[in-house]
Design a protein around this ligand. Structure first.
Ligand code: NAD
Ligand code: 0WE
Length: 256
């Protein structure tokens, strides 16, 4: 008996085998879910296709740029055709221009702010709005966030502002979608070595600091993040919505 037996879900944000979205897909599959995926453009298609097919040769795949409303409409039309209804949605997408994640937040440009908020925050609302009609019997939505939403993490900069907006969005969406029995939660993961983390200067040092200061004295594993996501998608969390769940080995609980 799996926690997600008979459930269908859409996973947004797989880039490669290190992606948090892929970890969640594997855990959801293990618990019995049937999955559809999006990939961001032709460049990522073959890789995501290979991963998706390794779990289910029939998994539906859709090209999707979350900044494009028409593209999102096509995605949900296609998903409706393939799955009819869905039970859950995983949002694991973030983007800011590289230069915004270096130097000081003071230097954030108007355009850089708008782009980061569009891709990393508004996209959740855009997806949720279109997912709702496919969830007539209720459902669950999980979005990935990070501690930089709540406290200053040097160089996370405008992404911290975007994640704060994302977390606030989960609460407003939870309020609006609750009457339709759709739960909306955020999962705040500690640092994980992924494509989005690679090339961020000082990332390895940050992981060392977590190892020293987190109550569990180690970094979180992708498997642990994925299992917590499954919990938020499953009936085990039926009373939880509008929440941000930290899966960070306790780092967020420590003040000094
Ligand atoms: P990743 O690079 O594997 O995933 C990021 C995904 O965002 C990619 O699949 C990319 O294609 C997608 N994306 C970016 N712009 C897009 C667009 N315009 N349209 C569609 N897709 C787009 O990295 P990840 O670390 O797995 O990131 C997934 C989520 O987890 C992000 O929200 C990130 O902020 C969050 N997160 C990551 C960490 C970490 O340390 N890696 C920690 C906490 C939260
Ligand atoms: O959310 C993230 C990273 C998201 C991200 C990553 C990139 C790298 C490539 C968004 N946009 C881009 N744009 C690029 O061009 N994380 C939680 C991982 C992360 O990123 C940091 C961190 C942590 C942790 C940046 C600075 C400081 C800490």
């Amino acid at each position: 008996m799996g926690l997600l037996d008979g459930k269908k879900g859409l996973i947004v944000g797989v880039a490669n085998k290190r992606s948090i979205a892929w970890g969640i897909a594997q855990a959801a599959h293990r618990e019995g879910a049937k999955l559809a995926y999006t990939y961001q453009g032709e460049r990522l298609k073959a890789g995501v296709e290979e991963l998706a097919k390794s779990l289910d040769p029939n998994a539906p795949l859709f090209d999707c740029d979350v900044a494009d409303d028409a593209n999102l409409d096509e995605l949900f039309a296609g998903l409706k055709e393939k799955f009819g209804t869905i039970d859950f949605l995983v949002h694991a997408v973030a983007f800011a221009k590289r230069e915004e994640l270096a130097g000081s937040f003071l230097e954030t440009s108007r355009q850089g702010h708008a782009l980061a908020l569009d891709i990393s925050s508004y996209s959740l609302t855009a997806l949720a709005k279109r997912a709702a009609p496919l969830m007539p019997e209720g459902g669950a939505i999980v979005a990935m966030t990070y501690y930089g939403a709540e406290k200053v993490i040097p160089r996370y900069n405008v992404m911290g502002v975007a994640k704060a907006a994302l977390e606030a969005s989960t609460r407003y969406l939870a309020f609006d979608m609750g009457p339709q029995k759709i739960r909306v939660n955020a999962l705040s993961a500690g640092p994980v070595q992924t494509l989005a983390a690679r090339g961020i200067s000082g990332f390895t040092d940050m992981m060392k600091i977590v190892e020293q200061r987190a109550p569990l004295r180690r970094n979180v594993e992708l498997r642990e993040v994925a299992d917590a996501a499954v919990f938020l998608l499953s009936p085990l969390s039926s009373g939880i919505t509008g929440e941000t769940l930290y899966v960070d080995c306790g780092y967020h609980a420590v003040g000094m």
